[in-house]
Design a protein around this ligand. Structure first.
Ligand SMILES: [Zn+2]
Length: 288
């Protein structure tokens, strides 16, 4: 497994595009204090953030890789958390909207999510890294034995798929980002034509047009189609907030609709199968 050997170095994960980079949902939260706050206060901050985060994604907090880099800064003391949500794949643009909505829920909370970390060519600090000129490394709070869980584009083959197809870790803008060692993901990029062909076949199976579909590969090489569509075939109605997604199994080409709503958790609705010629083109040799 890839271990981040960057104790204190300013090493960043590079996320090329707000709209087109598939990422695990990631969030950054911070607050400034005059002096170092009570550990109990900081724990309370974390709990309030986790409560809205779990609610937003309909997940348990143990699927969230949490890290922190509290410490003295020029203005006093900074409390800072990073969160990477395991499982679903999203985009920075969707995360930004989530952050805004979660901040609205947090209301008068003294700690809020940073909505400014979702721009194109965003650099996010990696675990154990310190910002330039600071000795305030990002340290794991959870998933301490699982460095990869803290990386925003981990296990997202096709990440940067409008770029080189490889996850980038490097110094902040100015230097060329480099691929992290041992983290190469299989060459699983889709062309725009392949994406169109997939969506066309799904539509032909009777699925209404999808809102903002984003097609990526899962770590096992199946296809995941994230959407902003709320009309759910499992629930037989429209959800208020939760979005549906589709999984096309690499082994069988079956297309199943799934859903982020807690009420639909673990359930699926069969749509049909991807045509054999298209499946062969996308998945290639499936004997392994
Ligand atoms: Zn549903």
């Amino acid at each position: 497994m890839f271990i981040l050997q960057n104790q204190g170095e300013p090493l960043y994960e590079w996320i090329p595009s707000t709209e087109r980079s598939p990422v695990h949902p990631y969030y950054d939260a911070e607050r400034y204090c005059d002096d170092e706050p009570d550990a109990k206060d900081v724990q309370q901050d974390l709990e309030s953030l986790l409560a809205v985060l779990c609610n937003r994604h309909g997940i348990d907090k143990k699927t969230i890789a949490i890290s922190q880099s509290h410490g003295k800064v020029d203005q006093g003391f900074k409390v800072s958390f990073h969160f990477v949500v395991g499982g679903p794949v999203s985009t920075p643009a969707i995360c930004r909207q989530n952050a805004a909505e979660m901040n609205a829920q947090l209301g008068q909370s003294r700690i809020l999510f940073d909505e400014k970390v979702y721009k194109d060519r965003q650099c996010m600090r990696t675990l154990y890294a310190s910002k330039e000129g600071e000795a305030r490394p990002l340290l794991p709070v959870s998933h301490a034995d699982d460095d990869l869980a803290h990386i925003i584009q981990t296990g997202v083959p096709g990440a940067d798929h409008d770029m080189s197809g490889e996850r980038k870790i490097g110094d902040r803008a100015g230097t060329t980002p480099r691929a992290a060692p041992d983290t190469k993901v299989s060459k699983t990029r889709l062309t725009a034509r392949e994406e169109e062909a997939i969506l066309r076949e799904i539509k032909a199976l009777g699925v209404p047009a999808l809102t903002k579909p984003l097609i990526t590969f899962t770590p096992k090489g199946s296809l995941l189609i994230s959407t902003r569509t709320t009309t759910c075939a499992i629930a037989g109605r429209q959800h208020t907030n939760n979005h549906i997604f589709y999984v096309i199994a690499r082994s069988t080409s079956s297309i199943k609709q799934k859903c982020h709503s807690p009420s639909c958790e673990g359930r699926e609705s069969s749509v049909g199968w991807l045509s054999e010629p298209l499946a062969a083109r996308i998945f290639g040799d499936r004997s392994t």
